[in-house]
Design a binder for this molecule. Structure first.
Ligand SMILES: [Zn+2]
Length: 488
């Protein structure tokens, strides 16, 4: 059974569990700093110095000082350490496991060139085994950088080789990463129809319902790649199944122009007009949004996934994060896909969010370390409407957390824990990651799958996929030794 509802409109704090007794099997996760990301006014403070988090089962039971909690629970299993930093698990609000086997090529393209040169060739030859192998590799990297929830949109052509996305759910359960899984594909000018897309949604939804860690959303790659009928049926499908929507909106100017020419509206305005935002929606990017678009996003409570590294790699632009937040839009941070970032390193993306905001405004205060940290945790959870369950370390919420290694030279001296997490720490400092009350990373590496085996298993699958996609001339895609004339 799935362990977290896909979303909730209920913004009331979680019900605190009954107090643990001294003899319950509990775990105390200790840190010099416990950063909870609890909002202002919550019963739990935003940070506790020399603190600890008490875990019982899959939940956070208490947050307090180490002295108090260790005295009350002397039999608790102790994790973390006296110099460590403990944070909520990071919420990756946007990614594509469908790119899991095609990392590190094509970075010389802008978005639409990249879609045509690379993604459109891979989509028709995707299969379940490739989805599983690619997801496993990328989920390991996300976990190693402190991610505990991944909001993903798998993009490929549906139907040709049977359902592919159950492979994603299987991999996430095996590795121990919470997933919000969706499948997105356009049907405009394609060989397949909307029924094939809905068939893939059915398969993914059933796999998620049967999984321990994944929940389902409806994916819409971009409005401009959908027929009007498909958009209408997407809204109906989401409503019928009580599911949210995960979509790309206004990542590049070309998308805005094309949709405006076809519908007379921007993609945001078109989605609002067609009733899409009646279901809970998270929109990736929102780079090219004007004032009216931003107001519509706020009015309809659309969450936004900000992907600073991918936006820089594809030269898409800079999302107006401050303007969106000023209107009350919930913004989270995403790494985006393994072929458009390309690293699945969340700490890198969090730092880039702060740097990009400062570079845009030429203001060192444009985004503080604490603001970036809050976008990465509770902000992402709110954007997904999952903040009643994840995103902060408060009693009653899911036990999803990260321990950063205070014994490393990097974090030997922590003067400001928010700056230490956002500007100083790298993935190498991620010592432990707990998902749903169980460790997925200990001692800096994943514990539920054999990494060497996963890497060895993925290599031949990737080679076959790239060959079948006709992308054998990899050097032509690198922008490396061969010149632009060799581009696919
Ligand atoms: Zn994307």
């Amino acid at each position: 059974m799935r362990s977290v509802p896909a979303m909730t409109d209920d913004t009331t704090p979680p019900t605190p569990p009954a107090a643990a007794t001294a003899t319950d099997p509990v775990t105390l996760v200790r840190g010099r700093w416990v950063l909870t990301a609890a909002p202002d006014g919550a019963a739990t403070p935003a940070w506790v110095r020399d603190g600890a988090v008490l875990l019982r089962g899959d939940r956070v039971a208490e947050v307090g000082t180490w002295a108090e909690l260790s005295a009350r629970y002397p039999a608790a299993t102790v994790r973390g350490g006296e110099h460590d930093i403990v944070t909520p698990g990071f919420v990756n609000t946007h990614g594509h496991f469908s790119e899991g086997l095609i990392t590190g090529i094509g970075s010389q393209y802008t978005l639409w060139e990249w879609l045509h040169a690379l993604i459109d060739h891979v989509n028709p030859v995707m299969h379940d085994g490739a989805a599983h192998a690619g997801t496993t590799l990328q989920a390991i990297q996300l976990l190693r950088s402190g991610v505990t929830t991944a909001n993903d949109m798998f993009c490929s052509d549906p139907g040709a080789r049977g359902p592919v996305t159950p492979g994603v759910v299987r991999a996430l359960d095996e590795v121990g990463l919470r997933g919000v899984v969706s499948f997105g594909s356009g049907d405009a000018d394609r060989d397949f129809g909307f029924d094939a897309i809905a068939g893939e949604w059915d398969a993914l939804r059933e796999a998620a319902d049967a999984s321990r860690l994944s929940t389902f959303r409806v994916g819409i790659s971009v409005v401009g790649r959908q027929t009007p009928e498909a958009l209408e049926r997407s809204v109906a499908y989401a409503a019928d199944h009580g599911a949210g929507v995960h979509i790309h909106l206004q990542e590049v100017r070309e998308e805005v122009t094309a949709t405006f020419q076809r519908t007379g509206r921007s993609p945001v305005a078109h989605c609002a007009h067609e009733g899409l935002f009646a279901v809970p929606t998270i929109a990736a990017h929102c780079v090219w949004v004007d004032r009216r678009d931003r107001e519509l996003l706020a009015e309809h409570r659309v969450g936004v996934a900000h992907n600073p590294v991918a936006n820089m790699i594809l030269a898409s632009g800079i999302a107006p994060v401050a303007e969106l937040r000023a209107l009350g839009v919930d913004v989270g941070i995403g790494v985006d896909g393994p072929a458009s970032n390309d690293a699945q390193d969340y700490l890198q993306a969090m730092k880039a969010a702060a740097l990009l905001a400062r570079t845009r405004d030429l203001q060192a205060t444009a985004m503080t370390a604490r603001e970036a940290f809050e976008l990465a945790t509770i902000g992402g959870a709110r954007a997904l409407r999952m903040d009643a369950e994840i995103g902060s370390l408060e009693p009653g919420k899911k036990a999803d957390l990260v321990v950063l290694d205070g014994e490393s030279p990097t974090l030997a001296n922590v003067h400001d824990p928010y700056q230490a997490v956002v500007f100083v720490a790298g993935s190498r400092e991620v010592e432990e990651v707990w998902v749903d009350g169980e460790p997925s990373v200990l001692g800096g590496d994943v514990v539920r799958v054999d990494v060497a085996e996963a890497v060895a298993a993925a290599r031949p699958v990737a080679e076959r996929l790239v060959a079948e996609a006709g992308l054998g001339r990899l050097s032509a895609l690198t922008g490396g030794p061969l010149d632009a004339a060799e581009r696919v």
